[in-house]
Design a protein around this ligand. Structure first.
Ligand code: PGA
Ligand code: MG
Length: 226
């Protein structure tokens, strides 16, 4: 599959390494309740994650209000969500099966690992630490770290440069069309997981170079390619 033996993997976070939707949903619903709105279903919210917190809140407000709220209300809803989510980053969130062992195995093989997420850095980094991956994941690029978020390729370039590897020596691993588009824009191969948050798009429609059901398969592929 790989034309090159990659020096680094760039992992998406939400929907790829961690099922973060339950804690996101709790914070979104706490915010909505405070505003007097009805809560949203976890199943619906899973389809709204992946384009950053602002878009998540915009989707939640649009789904629960008859009319679009005034601009300053979007901002205050987002700020309140940030406060509520900060208190609860990993109460019900779970790493996906195989994710932790895959990252550790790649690290042990001398492959550099970064996370490139649209989640704000201040939320992403503690989740990675909590999963026990703070040592293995050398670089975390959050949605607020580069001038633009995925699907723009800039966060991938930033991650590669912080890792000290050429972008051509990296492979992106993600769960969504956003990740595939960012990888294509950066000209790097992309692997998608068959689970995660895809906004209703079938995994076969994403146009990934490879689909994996479990990230545990990734270090095996690297070993086979040696
Ligand atoms: O949209 C978000 O906040 C996070 O999304 P990502 O980790 O899948 O990039
Ligand atoms: Mg994702």
């Amino acid at each position: 599959m790989f034309k090159i033996q990659p020096q680094a993997f760039l992992f998406d976070l939400d929907g790829t390494l961690v099922d973060s939707a339950p804690d996101l949903c709790f914070a979104v619903n706490s915010m909505l309740r405070e505003r007097g709105s009805d809560p949203v279903e976890l199943a619906a919210l899973r389809n709204w994650v992946g384009n950053g917190a602002r878009r998540l809140i915009a989707r939640a407000l649009t789904a629960t209000m008859d009319d679009d709220p005034p601009a300053q209300e979007w901002d205050s809803a987002l700020e309140r969500f940030y406060e509520l989510y900060a208190e609860r980053l990993y109460v019900d969130s779970q790493p996906y099966p195989g994710a932790i062992e895959a990252v550790r195995a790649l690290h042990g093989m001398g492959v550099a690992v970064a996370v490139v997420t649209n989640k704000p850095y201040r939320f992403a980094q503690p989740i990675i630490e909590h999963m026990g991956l703070g040592q293995a994941i050398k670089v975390v690029v959050g949605g607020d770290c580069a001038p633009a978020r995925k699907p723009d390729p800039q966060p991938l370039h930033l991650a590669a440069s912080r890792l000290g590897v050429d972008i051509d020596q990296t492979v992106m691993v993600g769960d969504s069309a956003t990740d595939v588009a960012a990888a294509r824009a950066a000209g790097v191969p992309v692997i998608c997981v068959s689970y995660g948050y895809r906004r209703g798009i079938a995994v076969e429609q994403l146009g990934a170079d490879m689909v994996l059901d479990n990230l545990r398969e990734l270090p095996e592929l690297m070993r086979e390619a040696v």
